[in-house]
Ligand binder design. Sequence first.
Ligand code: 2BA
Length: 109
Amino acid sequence: MKLIVAIVQDKDALRLIETLVDRGFRATKLATTGGFLREGNTTLLVGTDDEKVDELLQIIRTVCRPREQLVTPLAPTGAPVDAYMPYPVEVLVGGATVFVLNVERYERV
Ligand code: 2BA
């Protein structure tokens, strides 16, 4: 059993969840915020059997698209405002950041 933690862009989240449910996966959606951009993203928790992990990763690859985003980073918390000169930077976000974790025990009670 594995727990897949997948951080995806909000734009891909709905279609990803729909596809996962259609394919028989169970998923939990969390509203999260990226530490760098400090913008909303979506984290999915998906518990599944070891042999279904590759199928799950393939679905994520198919649905989640990398996108370029032009952002003006916020000043770091606590930094003096006059010492911080914000300028836009272009970053490539996604398709998805995925962690695959071993599950010691899984129960539905
Ligand atoms: P953010 O932290 O908001 O990062 C958004 C994008 O900004 C990243 O896309 C990456 O292209 C860039 N970026 C992030 N940190 C950077 C840094 N220190 N210097 C330069 N560029 C940086 P992704 O790599 O696709 O990540 C998308 C989101 O996935 C991240 O949003 C974060 O919420 C999550 N994430 C990515 N790597 C992670 C990790 N190792 N641990 C936990 N969460 C992670």
